[in-house]
Write a protein that binds this ligand. Structure first.
Ligand code: ZN
Length: 238
């Protein structure tokens, strides 16, 4: 019950109008923090106890992430929706609006130095950063404004459309940034939307891939994911 309330509150805080100065700010609560850090330490104890010493010794030897993931900081988005054992496999880069520009160094580190073969850019439904970027955010803090300035979407559009446009823009940036690796077949850039709200009508909670190396045609995306060569456009329609 309490958690549900906090969830609703967080969701409303992320919507653009709540960011506006005339609404003021919701405040945190130290007693909530104290209770939660207890919970976190407890969960961590369970986690640490569930693994053998060798598990952590192996992690200490180094990381070999197969994917670099650029996703939103939104608390409803986590790795457990895409990988049950993400340790050493997902190099996570998170910021508001799942952007390349605001975290380019981190993305370059994952792709160029850790040699991830997959660069996965994940947007999500009901994104507060997209809602803010698609509205008037002139009264926000300079640092937040700076991070929203690099989200290039139409003002006042549907949230899910802005989310998709932003993912496609980020993939375009990534394929440009890592053009040589993509061309050589050393890197696959995939754009997807984690749609917990089922705004794309593909099922709630589904990770919908909408872009592969800059290709957004649905049939070609599907073919690229199955590893088959894309069918010619005329033959693709059933
Ligand atoms: Zn978001």
């Amino acid at each position: 019950m309490k958690k549900q309330f906090a969830f609703a509150l967080a969701a409303s805080c992320l919507a653009a109008p709540v960011f506006a100065a005339d609404h003021g700010h919701e405040h945190g609560d130290a007693s909530v923090a104290q209770a939660y850090i207890k919970e976190i330490l407890n969960d961590n104890k369970t986690y640490a106890g569930a693994h053998k010493a060798k598990y952590f010794q192996d992690l200490a030897k180094g990381q070999h992430p197969r994917a670099t993931v650029v996703t939103c900081s939104d608390s409803r988005v986590h790795t457990n929706m895409l990988d049950k054992t993400p340790e050493s496999d997902l190099f996570m880069v998170r910021n508001i609006g799942n952007q390349m520009a605001t975290a380019l160094g981190s993305v370059e580190y994952g792709v160029n130095h850790l040699n991830s073969s997959l660069l996965l850019i994940i947007g999500h439904s009901k994104c507060g950063a997209i809602a803010a970027a698609g509205g008037d955010y002139s009264s926000l803090e300079p640092a937040i404004k700076k991070e929203l300035d690099t989200i290039k979407i139409n003002k006042g559009g549907e949230n899910i459309e802005g989310v998709k446009t932003n993912v496609n823009n980020q993939v375009a940036e990534a394929t440009k940034e890592f053009a040589d690796k993509v061309k050589a077949g050393h890197l696959l850039v995939i754009g997807a939307v984690y749609d917990f709200a089922d705004d794309m009508k593909q099922g709630g909670g589904k990770l919908n891939v909408i872009n592969v190396n800059g290709e957004t045609d649905a049939a070609k995306v599907k073919a690229a994911l199955s590893g088959k060569p894309a069918a010619p456009k005329a033959a693709a329609s059933h």
